[in-house]
Design a protein around this ligand. Structure first.
Ligand SMILES: C[S@@+](CC[C@H](N)C(=O)[O-])C[C@H]1O[C@@H](n2cnc3c(N)ncnc32)[C@H](O)[C@@H]1O
Length: 272
């Protein structure tokens, strides 16, 4: 855990919200998100998370940091009894509601900062899902686990499919190692555009944190969640970092000196 004070944190969340509000519309029109394919019936979920997500059938599901809701709606299509997506970007949530309407989905969406999730969500869910690029925006995973503890009940599942902290150590455009593996401090950087919109030349400020695997394990283990699944993958289903190559169909890898590193992990916790 880092020692960011409350003022710094509020300002970091504002900076990040501005970034996500600014890029959401571009993402909607991007090749990476393939919204037309999605509205034509294609699932936005990947082979990595899809087998475990079949368990949502008949369950109430909370999808935290849902962006504009394609995965949330895809989870609804798997037969979830109820599905709610949360995100702090008002722009993303507005698009999510429009997509749900177009898709005839019963998914609902709530504007909520994950750090204060319990101010916005007052029910518990059978299944909570977070994925691909969610944790890096949060300062403290112990605090995240507290929030998820409050919106789950005994027997609930928390499933996280995320980019691996080893992948996040690399400065991909520069092909060097550039970031601490451990959560030593908040990074504040200015970057051009975003992972899904090459044409966007705007410079955006962003604040983010590294999270070692041990930090993640400790956060959930110490809140009485039992680890049921943990898998690591040497590829990403998205070509979303610089200098990635397609190593197999729809599998992308970042390779420095041909070294194979973990790119994604899936973990599933069950609340005792
Ligand atoms: C990379 S996207 C997640 C991608 C997601 N798997 C999808 O379906 O596209 C990260 C999301 O986290 C949201 N986010 C970042 N920080 C947040 C916070 N503190 N609270 C809530 N949402 C946050 C952003 O608005 C963005 O929609």
């Amino acid at each position: 855990m880092t020692n960011d004070n409350q003022d710094n944190l509020s300002s970091a969340f504002e900076i990040n919200k501005t970034f996500w509000n600014s890029v959401s519309k571009n993402h909607l029109n991007s090749e990476l998100y393939d919204v037309d394919g999605f509205l034509g019936g294609k699932s936005s979920l990947n082979d990595i998370e899809l087998p475990l997500l079949q368990a949502v059938a008949g369950k109430s599901v909370l999808h935290v940091q849902c962006h504009f809701g394609m995965d949330t709606i895809s989870i609804g299509r798997l037969g979830a009894k109820q599905v709610v997506g949360t995100d702090f970007s008002e722009e993303a949530i507005e698009i999510a509601r429009e997509l749900a309407e177009k898709d005839g989905s019963a998914a609902t969406f709530v504007v909520a900062n994950t750090n204060t999730l319990t101010d916005h969500i007052d029910q518990t869910f059978d299944f909570v899902f977070m994925s691909y690029g969610a944790l890096v925006w949060l300062p403290d995973l112990g605090h995240l686990a507290d929030q998820l503890n409050a919106v789950t009940h005994p027997g609930s599942t928390v499933m996280i499919t995320e980019f691996h902290p080893t992948l996040y150590m690399f400065d991909h455009p520069k092909n060097t190692i550039g970031y601490d593996y451990f959560n030593t401090h908040m990074y504040k950087e200015v970057e051009e555009g975003s992972y899904a919109s090459d044409d966007d030349k705007t410079m955006y400020e962003q604040c983010f944190w590294s999270h070692a695997l041990a930090e993640i394990f400790e956060a959930f283990k110490s809140r009485q969640f039992d680890l049921e699944v943990f898998e690591e993958y040497p590829y990403s289903p998205y070509k979303c970092f610089d200098n990635m190559v397609e190593v197999e169909k729809n599998k992308y890898a970042y390779r420095l000196n041909d070294v194979i590193i973990p790119h994604v992990y899936t973990m599933q916790w069950v609340k005792a």
